[in-house]
Ligand binder design. Sequence first.
Ligand SMILES: C[S@@+](CC[C@H](N)C(=O)[O-])C[C@H]1O[C@@H](n2cnc3c(N)ncnc32)[C@H](O)[C@@H]1O
Length: 277
Amino acid sequence: MPIGSITRGTTNTNRLRRVDRWIASLPALRQAAQPLVVDLGYGASGVTAFELQQRLARVRPDVEVVGLEISPERVSTARAQLAAVRAGTSGWGFAAEARVSFALGGFETPLPGGRGATVIRAFNVLRQYDEGEVPAAWQRMISRLDAGGTLVEGTCDEIGRVSSWVALGASGPTSFTLSLRLAELDRPSIVAERLPKVLIHRNVEGESIHSLLVALDRAWQHNAPLSVYGPRQRWVAAVGALAAEGWPVLGPAARWRLGELTLPWAAVAPRGFAWPA
Ligand SMILES: C[S@@+](CC[C@H](N)C(=O)[O-])C[C@H]1O[C@@H](n2cnc3c(N)ncnc32)[C@H](O)[C@@H]1O
């Protein structure tokens, strides 16, 4: 039996573009001997798995994507979509020979021949579980990574303008990233509604994620006059201000221009968080 529970299958074309762009920059992917990427819990349609393969193939033309779903019905749907892609009748425009496949599976992350994964992207999956179930799910998935591999577990809104995720390696969580569409952004703390499960209930006084979002909103407001040069300039200045305050913001600064902010996991870990669980 696959490990986990069938949950709502909501998904959307282009919804995961922000996290996919970040995954495409990972050294683990770029340097892998044979990159194998898992889309765990792809939902009611396989479209985000095809998109993942298409985006990553720009940096690794040999990348292979395996979509795993705990719902047998959704595996059948995605396999029918794959047949249409192969036949050129899907209307989606994905390459007929795209290296994509779909299989039944849960957090145990079964892969052909017992291979390890270079990257596992689990998006909008743990959102529907309890916070207490997160560490065990993380542990199962990271045990299936190749040496140097990355689990990317996070959440986004329906149209992918607001997104955040935790990255994990074999020894646990390493970083936290938020990624926002900057045009018309009122307050960066909009991301509070789309935090990974491990953080979403921790946006309260006394928790680091709360302090971060307060500081980020303040820096964004303070740099409002830079809007005349565009929202990117404003964001870069706001992230620079956080760094100047002592937040251990990670670079390179070119990523900030994309509306991203990445910090080491330790900077946002919930109070009392212990790893291994
Ligand atoms: C909300 S959809 C997310 C779809 C897509 N990843 C996205 O972000 O648009 C969540 C999907 O995860 C699946 N799921 C839940 N737990 C799972 C598990 N342990 N292993 C594999 N799939 C799982 C559910 O069946 C559901 O189809």
